[in-house]
Design a protein around this ligand. Sequence first.
Ligand SMILES: Nc1ncnc2c1ncn2[C@@H]1O[C@H](COP(=O)(O)OP(=O)(O)O)[C@@H](O)[C@H]1O
Ligand SMILES: O=P(O)(O)OC[C@H]1O[C@](O)(COP(=O)(O)O)[C@@H](O)[C@@H]1O
Ligand SMILES: [Mg+2]
Length: 363
Amino acid sequence: MKKVLVATGGGDCPGLNAVIRGIAKRATQEKGWEVWGSYEAFNGIMENPPRMIKLDESNTAGIHVMGGTIIGTTNKGNPLRFPVKKADGSVVLENRLQFLVDTIKELGFDAVINIGGDGSQEISQALFEAGIPVVGVPKTIDNDLSSTDFTFGFQTAVQIASDSLDRLVTTAASHHRVMIMEVMGRNAGWIALYTAISGGAEVCLIPEIPYDLGKVIEKIRARYDDGRGFVNIVIAEGAYAKDGIITGVQGESGRNSVRLGGVAFTLSQQLKDAGLEAEIRETVLGHTQRGGTPIAFDRVIASVFGVKAMELVLDGKFGQLVVLKNNDFSSVPITEAIKTYHVVDPSGTLVQAAKGLGITFGD
Ligand SMILES: Nc1ncnc2c1ncn2[C@@H]1O[C@H](COP(=O)(O)OP(=O)(O)O)[C@@H](O)[C@H]1O
Ligand SMILES: O=P(O)(O)OC[C@H]1O[C@](O)(COP(=O)(O)O)[C@@H](O)[C@@H]1O
Ligand SMILES: [Mg+2]
């Protein structure tokens, strides 16, 4: 019997369970393959005794509609830079790759499917280079992975954000307010850009275009002056003013990156300090964007990714990431996908079209 290990790493994301089910379903069509899930990314198998679960058709039946991940996840404690607390209270980062490689071998796994975003695929590549047969699946609501048209989870996040913006528009109009809605996305403005176009925001602020506060104020005043009397702003959590800094929390235990959040309040304060008279309200959508059932599009691509990932394992094609490219499914070397961070092109079609719709980016 051959065994494939499945892990879900990084922030959870709608569609993770659909991938898991796709892998399990495709594997059961083959004689001689078992699918196992490691709980909380690779943390589960690195514990003693290992925490893992055999995944089959019965315990994955119907899970494609469920949010979250049935095997849990983590976005802390990267095995390549694992934080270890020393006796004097200081924290040193240890590379636990060899231990992870040895564990995967000792547990008798013939292949690994690692479902995750840019951070997780860096771990996939390190495992692959250390001799572990790995296949990656591109997950994240942020859509910040290169080589794929979309990561699964992104469209669901946009749908949730767009529905929320619709609701904010009517209350903004009733109260003649400036509504600032903050969305996730790390250092990529994809969720904000899609949401602003979909929901018809007046202002969209993204990390790729540091904003000029004066330009934002100009747009707001123009809306009040021409009698519209309300403004909806979508701001990506990683956005910042031209002469400002990113809003977030640095140095959280076990975390290798800044935890972003709160830029809606930063912008609100900047507008007030600059003398804007209009009433402002802030909404931080936060984790609602990652929760609940995936929309149909994400269920489809996540399910296909699961099947395709298992087929790469069956074909012995490793070090690959399954992708959706030019509206078809294929795979690329994981190195390709993690080489560059996939961000919005300020001079690209989408930003230009958004400007054509009258959306201001503060540039
Ligand atoms: N398979 C894994 N095992 C243990 N930790 C993991 C695993 N995958 C991801 N992580 C943790 O999550 C972090 C990367 O996640 P993050 O960058 O938040 O999400 P993503 O990989 O989706 O971009 C890693 O730095 C690590 O701490
Ligand atoms: O859940 P946490 O730890 O607050 O992390 C929030 C971050 O995770 C995300 O929701 C998803 O990012 P990843 O896909 O890279 O994990 C980001 O948009 C956000 O900045
Ligand atoms: Mg990421």
